[in-house]
Write a protein that binds this ligand. Structure first.
Ligand code: ZN
Length: 164
């Protein structure tokens, strides 16, 4: 396992479409372990392989029980409802935006051995499923919001009781 550097907005790897995983081998297991270790260290709730420069369809997402789900070749198969909330990204440090997402999302993915499974999440987990799978097609959350805010701006708004 190794901590990996997280690439930031502007790096070409973040704008690429990632290739599906075909081999469920040691290399994939190392990638998943590195993603989990790097995510745990970062304090974030999800991390996609392109964020560490690996253009493969692999993400890790923290579920409602703080357990890290490993999603290989994930596809969103159903979504319901909507939520509006603040969203950020480890690749866009210090910036947050108000982003609308579905409230209940189910993904179909493969585990590290290639077995298919489905996972459902609501609220933050649903938001994370959407955010991380978008990374695999070269998209960032900033495309879904008109304005980005700094932590200082969010704090000031909270104190004033304002909503954007
Ligand atoms: Zn992100």
């Amino acid at each position: 396992m190794a901590l990996r550097e997280i690439l930031t907005q502007g790096d070409p790897a973040l704008a690429k479409t990632c290739r599906p995983v075909e081999k469920f081998d040691r290399k994939l297991h190392d990638l998943l372990d590195d993603l989990k270790e790097t995510l745990a260290e970062s304090g974030g709730v999800g991390l996609a392989a392109p964020q560490i420069g690996i253009l493969r369809r692999v993400v890790v997402v923290e579920d409602a029980d703080d357990h890290m789900l490993e999603l290989v070749n994930p596809v969103i198969v159903s979504q319901e409802g909507e939520q509006n909330g603040w969203e950020g990204c480890l690749s866009v440090p210090g910036k947050y935006g108000m982003v609308q997402r579905p409230n209940l999302v189910t993904v179909r993915a493969q585990d590290r051995d290639g077995n298919f499974f489905e996972a459902s999440g609501e609220g933050l987990v649903a938001r994370c499923f959407c955010h991380e799978t978008e990374h695999l097609d070269g998209h960032l959350f900033v495309e879904h919001t008109d304005r980005l805010y700094t932590v200082e701006e969010l704090d000031a708004m909270e104190q004033a009781g304002d909503e954007p």
